[in-house]
Write a protein that binds this ligand. Sequence first.
Ligand code: ADP
Ligand code: MG
Length: 234
Amino acid sequence: MRQPVIEIENLYKIYNPGENEVRALDGVSLTVYEGEFVAIVGHSGSGKSTLMNMIGCLDVPTSGSYRLNGQDVSNMEDNELSTIRNQQIGFIFQSFNLIKNLNAVENVELPLIYRGMSAKQREELSEEALRRVGLLHRMYHRPNEMSGGQQQRVAVARAIAAHPPLILADEPTGNLDTKAGAQVFEIIEELHREGNTIVLITHDDELAKKAERMVRITDGHVDNGEYPDEKENF
Ligand SMILES: Nc1ncnc2c1ncn2[C@@H]1O[C@H](COP(=O)(O)OP(=O)(O)O)[C@@H](O)[C@H]1O
Ligand SMILES: [Mg+2]
Protein backbone atom coordinates (compact mmCIF):
# COMPACT_ATOMS: atom_id res chain seq x y z
CA MET A 1 0.00 0.00 0.00
CA ARG A 2 1.27 3.45 -0.88
CA GLN A 3 1.47 5.81 2.08
CA PRO A 4 -0.37 9.13 1.97
CA VAL A 5 1.97 12.14 1.90
CA ILE A 6 -0.81 14.76 1.98
CA GLU A 7 -4.04 14.13 3.91
CA ILE A 8 -6.28 17.18 3.86
CA GLU A 9 -9.72 16.86 5.42
CA ASN A 10 -12.47 19.42 5.29
CA LEU A 11 -10.13 22.38 5.10
CA TYR A 12 -11.47 25.93 5.27
CA LYS A 13 -9.64 29.20 4.81
CA ILE A 14 -11.87 32.17 5.40
CA TYR A 15 -10.56 35.69 4.89
CA ASN A 16 -12.34 38.61 6.57
CA PRO A 17 -14.76 36.49 8.61
CA GLY A 18 -18.14 38.19 8.90
CA GLU A 19 -20.21 39.98 6.31
CA ASN A 20 -17.54 40.34 3.65
CA GLU A 21 -15.97 36.96 4.21
CA VAL A 22 -14.20 35.18 1.40
CA ARG A 23 -14.19 31.40 1.58
CA ALA A 24 -10.96 30.91 -0.33
CA LEU A 25 -11.01 27.23 0.65
CA ASP A 26 -14.54 26.02 1.26
CA GLY A 27 -14.28 22.48 2.62
CA VAL A 28 -11.40 20.93 0.72
CA SER A 29 -10.46 17.28 1.13
CA LEU A 30 -7.56 15.84 -0.78
CA THR A 31 -5.23 12.90 -0.39
CA VAL A 32 -1.99 12.58 -2.30
CA TYR A 33 -0.11 9.30 -2.09
CA GLU A 34 3.60 8.67 -2.15
CA GLY A 35 4.93 8.69 -5.70
CA GLU A 36 1.95 10.50 -7.21
CA PHE A 37 2.21 13.44 -9.60
CA VAL A 38 -0.86 15.60 -8.98
CA ALA A 39 -1.70 18.85 -10.73
CA ILE A 40 -3.99 21.32 -8.99
CA VAL A 41 -5.53 23.47 -11.70
CA GLY A 42 -7.91 26.41 -11.53
CA HIS A 43 -8.63 29.86 -12.84
CA SER A 44 -7.46 33.07 -11.23
CA GLY A 45 -9.22 33.58 -7.91
CA SER A 46 -10.21 29.91 -7.55
CA GLY A 47 -8.07 29.39 -4.44
CA LYS A 48 -4.85 27.91 -5.85
CA SER A 49 -2.46 30.18 -3.98
CA THR A 50 -4.38 29.70 -0.76
CA LEU A 51 -4.26 25.91 -1.13
CA MET A 52 -0.61 26.04 -2.12
CA ASN A 53 0.12 28.08 1.05
CA MET A 54 -1.63 25.40 3.12
CA ILE A 55 0.06 22.43 1.43
CA GLY A 56 3.40 24.24 1.67
CA CYS A 57 2.92 25.01 5.38
CA LEU A 58 3.22 28.72 4.63
CA ASP A 59 -0.11 29.46 6.28
CA VAL A 60 -2.56 27.70 8.57
CA PRO A 61 -6.22 26.97 7.86
CA THR A 62 -9.24 28.52 9.58
CA SER A 63 -10.44 24.98 10.30
CA GLY A 64 -9.98 21.43 9.11
CA SER A 65 -6.98 19.17 9.27
CA TYR A 66 -3.82 18.67 7.29
CA ARG A 67 -1.44 15.79 7.90
CA LEU A 68 1.85 15.93 6.05
CA ASN A 69 3.74 12.67 5.98
CA GLY A 70 1.63 11.49 8.92
CA GLN A 71 2.15 14.58 11.06
CA ASP A 72 -0.67 17.01 11.89
CA VAL A 73 0.56 20.43 10.79
CA SER A 74 -2.74 22.34 10.84
CA ASN A 75 -2.24 23.98 14.23
CA MET A 76 1.48 24.56 14.31
CA GLU A 77 3.27 27.79 15.23
CA ASP A 78 5.40 29.65 12.70
CA ASN A 79 8.73 28.29 13.92
CA GLU A 80 7.48 24.70 13.83
CA LEU A 81 6.10 25.25 10.34
CA SER A 82 9.40 26.58 9.06
CA THR A 83 11.15 23.47 10.34
CA ILE A 84 8.54 21.27 8.63
CA ARG A 85 8.96 23.22 5.38
CA ASN A 86 12.70 22.82 5.49
CA GLN A 87 12.60 19.10 6.23
CA GLN A 88 9.59 17.90 4.28
CA ILE A 89 9.08 20.08 1.22
CA GLY A 90 11.11 21.03 -1.82
CA PHE A 91 9.72 24.25 -3.29
CA ILE A 92 9.89 25.32 -6.92
CA PHE A 93 8.47 28.81 -7.50
CA GLN A 94 7.47 30.59 -10.70
CA SER A 95 10.06 33.31 -10.09
CA PHE A 96 12.89 30.87 -9.18
CA ASN A 97 13.58 32.70 -5.87
CA LEU A 98 17.34 32.21 -6.06
CA ILE A 99 19.59 34.44 -3.98
CA LYS A 100 21.43 36.65 -6.40
CA ASN A 101 24.64 37.07 -4.39
CA LEU A 102 25.11 33.30 -4.14
CA ASN A 103 26.33 31.03 -6.92
CA ALA A 104 24.43 27.93 -8.04
CA VAL A 105 25.94 25.49 -5.56
CA GLU A 106 25.60 27.95 -2.67
CA ASN A 107 21.92 28.40 -3.52
CA VAL A 108 21.39 24.64 -3.55
CA GLU A 109 23.23 24.27 -0.25
CA LEU A 110 21.31 26.94 1.62
CA PRO A 111 18.37 24.76 2.80
CA LEU A 112 20.88 22.07 3.73
CA ILE A 113 22.68 24.53 6.01
CA TYR A 114 19.38 25.22 7.81
CA ARG A 115 19.06 21.46 8.27
CA GLY A 116 22.38 21.44 10.10
CA MET A 117 24.19 19.19 7.64
CA SER A 118 27.96 18.92 7.60
CA ALA A 119 29.87 20.72 4.85
CA LYS A 120 30.85 17.41 3.29
CA GLN A 121 27.29 16.11 3.20
CA ARG A 122 26.05 19.41 1.77
CA GLU A 123 28.65 19.30 -0.95
CA GLU A 124 27.76 15.72 -1.89
CA LEU A 125 24.01 16.33 -2.01
CA SER A 126 24.20 19.66 -3.83
CA GLU A 127 26.61 18.35 -6.46
CA GLU A 128 24.43 15.29 -6.97
CA ALA A 129 21.38 17.54 -7.41
CA LEU A 130 23.13 19.91 -9.84
CA ARG A 131 24.37 16.92 -11.83
CA ARG A 132 20.79 15.63 -11.85
CA VAL A 133 19.55 18.81 -13.59
CA GLY A 134 22.54 18.94 -15.93
CA LEU A 135 24.16 22.00 -14.39
CA LEU A 136 27.20 20.76 -12.49
CA HIS A 137 29.35 22.76 -14.94
CA ARG A 138 27.54 25.93 -13.85
CA MET A 139 27.99 25.42 -10.12
CA TYR A 140 30.05 28.58 -9.62
CA HIS A 141 27.81 30.79 -11.75
CA ARG A 142 25.52 33.33 -10.14
CA PRO A 143 21.87 33.59 -11.18
CA ASN A 144 22.50 36.65 -13.41
CA GLU A 145 25.08 34.62 -15.34
CA MET A 146 22.51 32.00 -16.27
CA SER A 147 19.42 31.85 -18.52
CA GLY A 148 15.95 31.67 -16.98
CA GLY A 149 15.76 27.97 -17.76
CA GLN A 150 19.11 27.34 -16.09
CA GLN A 151 18.07 29.36 -13.04
CA GLN A 152 14.91 27.31 -12.69
CA ARG A 153 16.94 24.10 -12.99
CA VAL A 154 19.14 25.36 -10.13
CA ALA A 155 15.92 25.94 -8.17
CA VAL A 156 14.87 22.36 -9.00
CA ALA A 157 18.25 21.15 -7.73
CA ARG A 158 17.72 23.14 -4.53
CA ALA A 159 14.27 21.54 -4.13
CA ILE A 160 15.47 17.96 -4.57
CA ALA A 161 18.92 18.05 -2.94
CA ALA A 162 17.76 16.72 0.44
CA HIS A 163 15.33 14.22 -1.13
CA PRO A 164 12.24 15.65 0.61
CA PRO A 165 9.06 13.54 0.69
CA LEU A 166 7.14 16.24 -1.22
CA ILE A 167 8.04 18.50 -4.13
CA LEU A 168 5.71 21.47 -4.50
CA ALA A 169 5.92 23.36 -7.77
CA ASP A 170 4.00 26.62 -8.24
CA GLU A 171 3.72 27.52 -11.96
CA PRO A 172 7.30 26.29 -12.46
CA THR A 173 7.33 27.08 -16.18
CA GLY A 174 5.33 30.33 -15.94
CA ASN A 175 8.31 32.63 -16.43
CA LEU A 176 10.06 30.55 -19.09
CA ASP A 177 9.89 30.45 -22.87
CA THR A 178 8.41 27.34 -24.49
CA LYS A 179 11.70 25.51 -24.94
CA ALA A 180 13.11 26.18 -21.48
CA GLY A 181 9.72 25.46 -19.95
CA ALA A 182 9.54 22.09 -21.70
CA GLN A 183 13.03 21.23 -20.47
CA VAL A 184 12.15 22.05 -16.86
CA PHE A 185 8.87 20.14 -17.13
CA GLU A 186 10.74 17.14 -18.53
CA ILE A 187 12.96 17.12 -15.43
CA ILE A 188 9.87 17.24 -13.20
CA GLU A 189 8.38 14.28 -15.11
CA GLU A 190 11.65 12.37 -14.69
CA LEU A 191 11.63 13.07 -10.95
CA HIS A 192 8.14 11.59 -10.84
CA ARG A 193 9.26 8.49 -12.74
CA GLU A 194 12.07 8.10 -10.20
CA GLY A 195 9.47 7.88 -7.43
CA ASN A 196 9.19 11.46 -6.16
CA THR A 197 5.83 12.82 -4.97
CA ILE A 198 5.01 15.98 -6.86
CA VAL A 199 2.24 18.54 -6.55
CA LEU A 200 2.06 21.07 -9.37
CA ILE A 201 -0.06 24.20 -9.04
CA THR A 202 -1.05 25.79 -12.33
CA HIS A 203 -3.72 27.76 -14.16
CA ASP A 204 -2.71 25.96 -17.38
CA ASP A 205 -5.01 23.05 -18.31
CA GLU A 206 -2.62 21.74 -20.95
CA LEU A 207 0.22 21.50 -18.46
CA ALA A 208 -2.04 19.99 -15.80
CA LYS A 209 -3.15 17.26 -18.20
CA LYS A 210 0.43 16.00 -18.34
CA ALA A 211 0.34 15.09 -14.66
CA GLU A 212 -0.77 11.68 -13.49
CA ARG A 213 -3.86 13.10 -11.78
CA MET A 214 -5.59 16.43 -12.20
CA VAL A 215 -7.47 18.06 -9.35
CA ARG A 216 -9.60 21.03 -10.32
CA ILE A 217 -10.26 23.84 -7.87
CA THR A 218 -13.25 26.14 -8.42
CA ASP A 219 -14.35 28.79 -5.91
CA GLY A 220 -12.52 27.02 -3.10
CA HIS A 221 -13.92 23.57 -3.89
CA VAL A 222 -11.91 20.69 -5.31
CA ASP A 223 -13.55 18.18 -7.63
CA ASN A 224 -11.52 15.28 -6.37
CA GLY A 225 -11.49 13.70 -2.94
CA GLU A 226 -14.27 15.78 -1.43
CA TYR A 227 -16.29 14.24 1.35
CA PRO A 228 -20.04 14.29 0.66
CA ASP A 229 -20.87 15.45 4.19
CA GLU A 230 -18.30 18.25 4.38
CA LYS A 231 -20.83 21.03 4.89
CA GLU A 232 -22.47 19.29 7.87
CA ASN A 233 -19.09 18.91 9.52
CA PHE A 234 -18.28 22.59 9.49
N1 ADP B 1 -5.27 37.88 2.10
C1 ADP B 1 -6.49 37.84 1.55
N2 ADP B 1 -7.50 38.57 2.06
C2 ADP B 1 -8.75 38.53 1.52
N3 ADP B 1 -9.07 37.77 0.45
C3 ADP B 1 -8.10 37.03 -0.10
C4 ADP B 1 -6.76 37.02 0.40
N4 ADP B 1 -6.02 36.18 -0.37
C5 ADP B 1 -6.85 35.69 -1.29
N5 ADP B 1 -8.10 36.19 -1.15
C6 ADP B 1 -9.27 35.84 -1.97
O1 ADP B 1 -9.44 34.43 -1.91
C7 ADP B 1 -9.84 33.93 -3.20
C8 ADP B 1 -8.80 32.91 -3.66
O2 ADP B 1 -7.57 33.59 -3.94
P1 ADP B 1 -6.23 32.85 -4.39
O3 ADP B 1 -6.02 31.69 -3.49
O4 ADP B 1 -5.17 33.86 -4.48
O5 ADP B 1 -6.64 32.31 -5.84
P2 ADP B 1 -5.71 31.97 -7.10
O6 ADP B 1 -4.34 31.75 -6.64
O7 ADP B 1 -6.36 30.74 -7.70
O8 ADP B 1 -5.82 33.13 -8.03
C9 ADP B 1 -9.99 35.12 -4.08
O9 ADP B 1 -11.35 35.51 -4.05
C10 ADP B 1 -9.12 36.17 -3.44
O10 ADP B 1 -9.58 37.46 -3.74
MG1 MG C 1 -2.56 32.63 -7.26
